[in-house]
Design a binder for this molecule. Sequence first.
Ligand code: SF4
Length: 229
Amino acid sequence: MTMRVVEFFHSLQGEGMLVGVPSVFVRVAGCPLRCRWCDTAYAWDYSAGKELALAQIVEEVGRWSCGHVVLTGGEPLVGEDLAVRPALAGLTRRLKAAGKHVTIETAGTLFVPDLACDLMSISPKLSNSALPENPQAGRPDPATLSRLIAAYPHQLKFVIESPGDIEEVCSLLDELPPVDPACVLLMPQARTRDQLLERSPMVVELCRKTGYRFCDRLHIWLWSDERGR
Ligand code: SF4
């Protein structure tokens, strides 16, 4: 079994419940969505990077003495045919067997069973992510999200661009089984420090009103939009 990987890098988790935790990032090639503000467009192409055997991926991860691994993308769950990536479950099992804590970053558009996943980090895409010519692309399906939430330890990260986005967040959450507010994170839409600085107070205010968590973006504060950090 193989998977295409665009890059490996060792950094700090920049977002979510594990912010600040040293982690090895495995950026899987390919994403069927085209988010307007995506900061990893170089990973959209399913032919990007290199095809690697699962054992090679685990070996590469093992170059760093680090207990946390983050499978990111691209979109780690979804293959080029829009079906589940066949090698993904096997990769997660090998990483667990190597003693790793496994986080998967996903938009949550597919349910995938049998993953050895310690944290399913789901970022459902709001309408602020869509390009004008494709307004429905990647819109969350409550039934799929409900299955992911029921199956795995999870966090829900929402990218907030303007105050009105919170209405979409709340109506989506209304369609899901109850989610612990501590697992719902609101994250300013930003690719640079300046954007993060500008939008953070607005998102902080939404957190104060709703009780959801503010999701800082440590990597942007540290490295702005530098790749592979
Ligand atoms: S789902 Fe993630 S990788 Fe894919 S386009 Fe959106 S932000 Fe980029």
